[in-house]
Structure formats: structure tokens, C-alpha cells
Design a protein around this ligand. Structure first.
Ligand SMILES: CC(C)[C@@H]1NC[C@@H](O)[C@H](O)[C@@H]1O
Length: 443
């Protein structure tokens, strides 16, 4: 730890630059696991950003991790489900003893994330319900003494790092229903200042510092915002974080005052390829496990692989969420997607990991194919999507030398002329997903 490198001023903190590991890693796993994983219920309605975050959204919230508020609003599918399944007297806290994590093996999770090709992991340490997944010294409302009765955060951090991945921590900075639990019906003012007390500002600052000191996370993923009452102290927290974790990164949800990377959440948020950004989403419409989302309701494998490639080509990382069940197992439909992604990356990852943005923008072409570009030094990589089963001819006017298919199973003929490169892919199959190619020295 270098206590003096950063001081508690914005001028000092803003000298921090995005470390190479975060530029190189491209793909991480988000984990939303908590009390809400017991009821595991939400209606399947919209992606965030598809409709306004108003009463319609909050009374039909597709986020299963919002279960508490979805009941607290007093109407809508989740409220009805709770009344019919558990009854009016059953409180949210009554789910805690039902969250036993009896089948949880953090080492198996870490092994799965490694097989998926993920390079970092981000775990919810405290979501909006205020329940901490670590033995906090500032509250008794935590998993160290309730529910799973173990240091979920510490045990997973050890397993993830043991598998060679970076470990990041999520913290709900501005919503904590243990401090302020009026039902939220709209994203406006009462949403962004849900906990307007100095007591909460003091509590959240101490917990953030506690997380930094106990776990030294590589990513501090703050959510919703930061208490106005402690905004002046933010440079101190960030300076302490960077002095403790020199190659740490923080997102853009500290009241927009500072970031190492921008965040997109489904359709919410803006990606700007001139800056580092991160796309995060669940495999369905929810981050917490939702029993209403089976295999057919989750993102398809072609779309998932396209999302990763398109995000990386635009200077982003993909932080793909998993919602484990209360017993600690990961739903098979989610495991299937992680393992398929990992197998694809094993064959095609050379043009993903460690690359940077190419000056060539992604192309959505008239023939229905798409081409995504990345670069590594002077070498160009590109990925073709939208091919048909069997033989496909793809013209690439901007390329003037032969290229190498990343998948050795591909039967490819190439023809270079003044019109550029003509690729004939003779044996495309849809289970090959996007096809990767290396164009050495053709940045
Ligand atoms: C992107 C992800 C961290 C989401 N952020 C907003 C929350 O309200 C939501 O439940 C989820 O945690």
C-alpha cells in the first residue's frame, strides 16, 4: 500500500488512469445473490431503458432483486404473488433463514467462471435491501450471522483469486431499505436521494472503506449514486482506495463526479468508444434469479456472443450477470451459456483479450452480415456475423492481404484484388457463431 501516492483532492485522484488489466480483460461475471434469491420472483416485462422508469416500471419491475420494493408498492404481479404464496404477515426478513446456501461451493463457481473465459468477477456485497454478504462491523444485518452464516464475500474472493481472476465488489451506495424504505414509484428525486441522512452517509462511507480494507477489490462497483452529505469526502475514499489497490477501478455511479469506466445497463446509459466503458445485463431481464425465466426466456447464444464481440469492438467490457439460486447452485440454463461462451473464446479469443479499439467501425452490411474489428499492435482482427449454413462469400474491400481464420476447422478460400479481399467460407455452421480472423499487419 502506498499511503501517499493519492491525496484526498480531486486533482490528485484524477491523475489515476485505467490500468492495462481492465482494458485487456474484456469479459467479467456479475453476481446478484441475496435474500431476494429465495422468492426468486419477478414478472417478465421490459429491458431497463425500454420504458420510462416510472410507476409502470416499478409496479411491474422485472428485476427479481427488487422483490422488497415490488411488494412494498402494494400492487402488481410481485405483490400479488407474495400475498398468494406467503401471505400478508410474511415479511421480507422472514426469507433470511430460508437462504441456506447449503449447496454452495465457491471453488466450483470460480472454476466455472474460468471455463467461461471470464477475467474478473463482481459480487453484490450489499444490494438495495441493505443485507450485507460479508461480516460488516457496522451492522448486524449480514450473512456472517444470518441466512448462509458465512463470509460469502471473503470465501468467493479467495476462490476467484485462487482461479487467477480479479475480484470486484458491488455496493448499493444510495438505496438502502434498512435506512429509508418508502416505496419507490419513480426514478426521480426520491430515488436518487433515497437515503437523505448524515447517519446513512456516515454508514455507507464506513462500509465502503471497510470493503476496501478487508478485501482490496480490483473493482469498486458503486450503484445508484453517493450520498450528497458525504460527497465532499469522496476524494478521500477514492484516494484511500487507489493507495490501497493501485490498479483498482471505479465506475461512473459516484454521482457522475468521477469514473475510470462508464456503465451501460441494458438499454440505459451511453457508450462512448473514446472512453473505457462496460456493458452489464442479466441473461434474461433480471439480475437476481427469477424462476419465471427459463431457457427460452434468456438471451440466445448467438446474441450473447454477438453482444460480447460488438461491445469489445466498441471499446467496452461485457459484465454478464448470473443469478444463483438460494441453495448456491447456478441455474443450468445460465451454466450452459457460460460454458458455450468459454468454448467460443478458447477458439476465437485471440482477437478479443488484450485488444484495443480499431479505427475501423463495426459494419452492418446490406447483405445482412455484420463485421466487427479489433486490433492488437499493428495486427487487425475481425469477426463476421450473419452467415448462412454452408458456403458464404464475404467481400472485404478494406483488406488487401490474405488473413488467417482463428478457427482451424474452417475451410476458407481467399482472393485478393484491387477491390480488396474476397473470403469464401465453405463450411459455416450456426454453432460456430461469429467467425474470427487475423489480418496480420493490416491495422
Ligand atoms: C446494473 C445492476 C448493478 C443493476 N443496477 C441498478 C439496480 O437497481 C439493479 O437492481 C441492478 O443491481
Amino acid at each position: 500500500m502506498n499511503e501517499t501516492r493519492y491525496t484526498g483532492t480531486w486533482e490528485s485522484v484524477k491523475q489515476h488512469t485505467v490500468p492495462a488489466w481492465y482494458e485487456d480483460c474484456k469479459f467479467g461475471i456479475f453476481i446478484h445473490w441475496g435474500i431476494y434469491s429465495v422468492p426468486a420472483f419477478a414478472p417478465r416485462t421490459w429491458e431497463l431503458g425500454e420504458v420510462d422508469s416510472d410507476e409502470q416500471w416499478f409496479c411491474n419491475n422485472p428485476y427479481a432483486e427488487w422483490y422488497y420494493n415490488s411488494v412494498n408498492v402494494g400492487r402488481g404481479p410481485t405483490y400479488e404473488h407474495h400475498m398468494n404464496t406467503y401471505g400478508r404477515e410474511f415479511r421480507y426478513e422472514d426469507f433470511i433463514p430460508m437462504w441456506k446456501a447449503e449447496n454452495w461451493n465457491p471453488g466450483e463457481w470460480a472454476e466455472l467462471f474460468q471455463k467461461a473465459g471470464a477475467q474478473y468477477v463482481v459480487l453484490t456485497t450489499k444490494h438495495h435491501d441493505g443485507f450485507c454478504l460479508y461480516p460488516s462491523e457496522h451492522t448486524k444485518f449480514h450473512a456472517g450471522r444470518m441466512g448462509p452464516c458465512r463470509d460469502i464475500t471473503g470465501d468467493l474472493t479467495e476462490a476467484v483469486r485462487g482461479a487467477g481472476l480479479k475480484m470486484g465488489l458491488y455496493y448499493s451506495g444510495l438505496i438502502d431499505w434498512q435506512f429509508a424504505n418508502d416505496p419507490i414509484f419513480v426514478e426521480g428525486e426520491n430515488f436518487s436521494n433515497a437515503c437523505p441522512t448524515f447517519e446513512y452517509a456516515d454508514y455507507s462511507y464506513k462500509q465502503m472503506k471497510e470493503l476496501v480494507d478487508k478485501y482490496r477489490p480490483s473493482v469498486l462497483w458503486n450503484d445508484i449514486g453517493w450520498p450528497k452529505q458525504s460527497e465532499h469526502a469522496m476524494p478521500y475514499l477514492l484516494a484511500h482506495y487507489y493507495n490501497t489497490v493501485e490498479d483498482g477501478v471505479v465506475n461512473d455511479r459516484f454521482n457522475g463526479l468521477y469514473h475510470d469506466f462508464l456503465t451501460k445497463e441494458y438499454q440505459y446509459g451511453k457508450a462512448d468508444r473514446t472512453q473505457k466503458w462496460e456493458m452489464c445485463r442479466g441473461m434474461g431481464l433480471s439480475f437476481g434469479y427469477n424462476e419465471n425465466e427459463g431457457d427460452d426466456q434468456l438471451i440466445s447464444l448467438p446474441k450473447l456472443i454477438r453482444l460480447l464481440v460488438a461491445t469489445v469492438a466498441d471499446n467496452g467490457n461485457l459484465l454478464l450477470n448470473i443469478g444463483p439460486k438460494a441453495d448456491g447452485t447456478i441455474p443450468t440454463e445460465q451454466v450452459k451459456r457460460l460454458l458455450t461462451l468459454g468454448r467460443w473464446l478458447q477458439v476465437n479469443g485471440k482477437g478479443i483479450y488484450g485488444t484495443r479499439c480499431s479505427k475501423r467501425l463495426s459494419e452492418h452490411r446490406a447483405d445482412g452480415t455484420q463485421v466487427y474489428y479489433t486490433r492488437k499492435g499493428r495486427d487487425l482482427y475481425f469477426y463476421i456475423d450473419g452467415l448462412k449454413e454452408g458456403c458464404n462469400v464475404v467481400s472485404l474491400p478494406g483488406l488487401h492481404r490474405t488473413v488467417t481464420a482463428l478457427n482451424p476447422a474452417l475451410e476458407v478460400e481467399q482472393d485478393v484484388s484491387e477491390n480488396g479481399l474476397r473470403l469464401t467460407v465453405k463450411n459455416y455452421r450456426s454453432d460456430l457463431y461469429l467467425l474470427g480472423f487475423e489480418a496480420a499487419g493490416q491495422e
